[in-house]
Design a binder for this molecule. Structure first.
Ligand code: ADP
Ligand code: MG
Length: 468
């Protein structure tokens, strides 16, 4: 009798294990699938660049009007704004040529209240200008008029450096009356309303471009900028002759890919799961930013929570008990993925994280499974991101007709920087899928602040030279 029940037990465990793996398999991607992602990304890039297909393309490949990298002769004091993620920051950046590329920065972080994020555009920009005024006073520079670089990390249609029409909000922003408007004008109008100071808005900058610039200041091989934080996006230096949206065929220009929208026309349907659909449905922008929602910090925790829900419903986790906590959207933040996967963390500690989340009835087995879910979700994100990046570096290599390309990618974003395995998985995928490219990754220190100031500095240098 004992033998039979042991056999039955083993059988039950095997079934349970198979059930769990079947659910997780939907989140595992093969080398062929990743190559497919790379190929499709490459196609979308070409469609975004070409005039006739641009309107239908999901990856918009937006011109940034950034054409020159800093050459070390820039100098001056600049203000920078960083809007586009978790925090809003105002910075004072002092660039000194005679101190061999020294950059001194002061910054202050301001919260963007929910009302400002989702109220009217006027309220949002009045709040931003209020923060600038506070910052100038804090720095003892009240009333100063400085050149300003505005890092605004949303898709904008630019026709020059200091102008950009917001195409759509992403990452939870919703303020009304901004889409379709020039955000530099919205900022200038708000400065005008405040009647306290005047600012020379020189450049509108995407955070990817700021990141590339910051890293390019140190390493001239850096021609790609990547963000993996709240959202994800990439920019890189493209040949002007491939950019049909801009007149003139000489030299290069930085392209803001806005790759987060990849998949919005079904390009990722083969790889997307019910968990991705659930996350999308309850997001602020359903049907949009498909690739971003599979990769970036704003969403990975929610994907994990949805997988855990499924496991629990199937009786494979938490003894099949669905708690109210687990049903609550947003409880599983992406930072928990980093904590749970940290190599130093014992299973006992995973359990205490789960307890902290109010998921109290967990066993040791549950902890192992939760850790596996976190690992699979983060690995898929990193591989998808790597597959996209492989398409980018291979395109640059092909543009230049090179059998081999040496290139540096500047990276920013808390998920990339703090997750214990994300960067390794991503680097490995790029190596596998773009073997003809020797890619070096460097982390940018505050790309969006310093980069905006550097771009502003370059623009001022060129402008001043033209006036001489
Ligand atoms: P942003 O992209 O908003 O400019 P960050 O690069 O700092 O700013 O990214 C913030 C995002 O990083 C948060 O939305 C969060 O999802 C994620 N995050 C925060 N802490 C961690 C962590 N320890 N590990 C992984 N992701 C994290
Ligand atoms: Mg940022």
């Amino acid at each position: 009798l004992f033998c039979v029940s042991q056999r039955q037990m083993a059988f039950r465990l095997a079934i349970q294990h198979a059930g769990r793996q079947r659910i997780l398999d939907a989140l595992r991607l093969s080398q062929e699938q990743l190559l497919d992602v790379k190929r499709r990304m490459g196609e979308e890039m070409n469609r975004g660049l070409a005039k006739e297909s641009h309107d239908q393309a999901t990856v918009k490949m937006l011109p940034t009007f950034v054409r020159s990298m800093p050459d070390g002769t820039e100098s001056g004091d600049f203000l920078a704004l960083d809007l586009g993620g978790t925090n809003f920051r105002v910075l004072l950046v002092r660039v000194r040529r005679w101190k061999r590329r020294s950059v001194e920065m002061h910054n202050k972080i301001y919260a963007i209240p929910q009302e400002a994020m989702q109220g009217t555009g006027e309220e949002l920009f009045d709040h931003i200008v209020h923060c600038i005024a506070d910052f100038l006073e804090y720095m003892g520079m009240k009333g100063a008029s400085l050149p300003l670089g505005f890092t605004f990390s949303f898709p904008c249609h630019q026709s020059k450096l200091d102008q950009g029409i917001l195409l759509k909000w992403t990452k939870g922003f919703k303020a009304t009356g901004c889409e379709g408007e020039d955000v530099v004008t919205l900022l200038k109008d708000a400065i005008y309303r405040k009647e306290e100071f005047d600012l020379d808005v020189v450049a509108l900058v995407n955070d990817t471009v700021g990141t590339m610039m910051t890293c390019g200041y140190e390493d001239p091989l850096c021609e790609v900028g990547l963000i993996v934080g709240t959202g994800t996006n990439v920019c890189y230096m493209e040949e002007m002759q491939n950019m049909e949206l801009v007149d003139g065929g000489e030299g290069k220009m930085c392209v803001n890919m806005e790759w987060g929208a990849f998949g919005d026309h079904g390009e990722l349907d083969d790889f997307s799961t019910d968990f991705d659909k659930a996350v999308d449905e309850h997001s602020a922008n359903p049907g949009k930013q498909t690739y971003e929602k599979m990769i970036s910090g704003m969403y990975l925790g929610e994907i994990v929570r949805n997988v855990l829900l499924e496991f629990t419903t199937k009786g494979l986790l938490f003894r099949g008990k669905l708690s109210e906590r687990l049903k609550t959207r947003g409880i599983f933040e992406t930072k928990f993925l980093s904590q749970i996967e940290s190599d130093r963390l014992a299973l006992r500690q995973v359990r205490s994280i789960l307890q902290h989340l109010g998921l109290t009835s967990s066993t040791c087995d549950d902890s192992i499974l939760v850790k596996e879910v976190c690992s699979v979700v983060a690995c898929r994100a990193a591989q998808l991101c790597g597959a996209g990046l492989a398409a980018v570096v291979d395109k640059i290599r092909q543009n230049r007709n090179l059998p081999e390309l040496k290139i540096t990618v500047g990276v920013d974003g808390t998920l990339y920087k703090l997750h214990p395995h994300f960067s390794n998985f991503m680097h490995e995928t790029v190596r596998d899928l773009a073997p003809q490219c020797k890619v070096t990754f460097i982390q940018s220190e505050d790309g969006s602040g310093k980069g905006a100031a550097l771009i502003t500095a370059v623009a001022c240098r060129i402008r001043d030279a033209g006036q001489r």
